[in-house]
Ligand binder design. Structure first.
Ligand code: GTP
Ligand code: MG
Length: 198
């Protein structure tokens, strides 16, 4: 898919105020600092469309980006960020879960996990939550530039195997990406294109 336009539309913390347009949307979720905003920039070939930072907790709101005038990419705050207060964490999570439960335009989520790490409890729980609520998702392994191909292959296989010893009978659809080395862009966009045609 060619990206002809990618425009920031709005940020907010209330799903009821998200764009009132019946366009399909795809949301990026995962732990703070995993690379959600960087992935959106890689996909759109816009260097700083979504704000990124080396410090976790950069994205704080639900951010809508309109692509090619006919679908949305949604950048979300990360979960599992320890430095926000307990109360903030609750409201944080409430509007994220509200987004997933109430947003009718949501077609599919991408759950990002760092390819260097074994499955973490918080990610497993979040995927289970999506499954229980029948929200389709794919796993996106990030930061593939940090490992050699053999190690990537092993980590991905181990990760999917571990998921399948848990709640999942079938391995979820998955992608291997690197935003700094532009890996996985074509595959991810082709997938979105395919789902948009359904
Ligand atoms: P929050 O908004 O805080 O939840 O983080 P995020 O998931 O949006 O992460 P962000 O895109 O801001 O990236 C976090 C850090 O990881 C930044 O320092 C990025 O430069 C770095 N990063 C993101 N993607 C990659 C990647 O593919 N490779 C490498 N090496 N670094 C990456
Ligand atoms: Mg972010």
């Amino acid at each position: 898919m060619k990206i002809k336009s990618a425009d920031f539309v709005m940020s907010n913390s209330d799903v009821a105020k998200c764009p009132n347009e019946p366009l399909p949307e795809y949301a990026f979720i995962g732990r703070s600092n995993v690379g959600k905003s960087s992935l959106i920039n890689m996909l759109t070939e816009r260097k700083s469309l979504a704000k990124t930072s080396g410090r976790p907790g950069k994205t704080q709101l639900i951010n809508h980006f309109k692509i090619n005038e006919n679908w949305f990419l949604v950048d979300l705050p990360g979960y599992g960020y320890a430095r926000v207060s307990k109360k903030d964490k609750k409201t944080f999570q409430k509007y994220i879960t509200d987004y997933f439960l109430k947003r009718k335009q949501l077609v599919s989520a991408f759950v990002l996990v760092d390819v260097r790490h074994a499955p973490q409890k918080i990610d497993m729980e979040f995927m289970e939550y999506l499954g229980e609520n029948m929200i389709p998702f794919s796993i996106v392994f990030t930061k593939a530039d940090k490992l050699k191909p053999k190690a990537i292959e092993k980590n991905v296989t181990d990760y999917l195997n571990e998921l399948m010893t848990g709640a999942w009978e079938e391995a979820p659809n998955h992608f291997v990406t690197s935003s700094s080395k532009n890996i996985g862009r074509d595959e991810l966009l082709a997938y979105i294109d395919e789902v948009n045609q359904l």
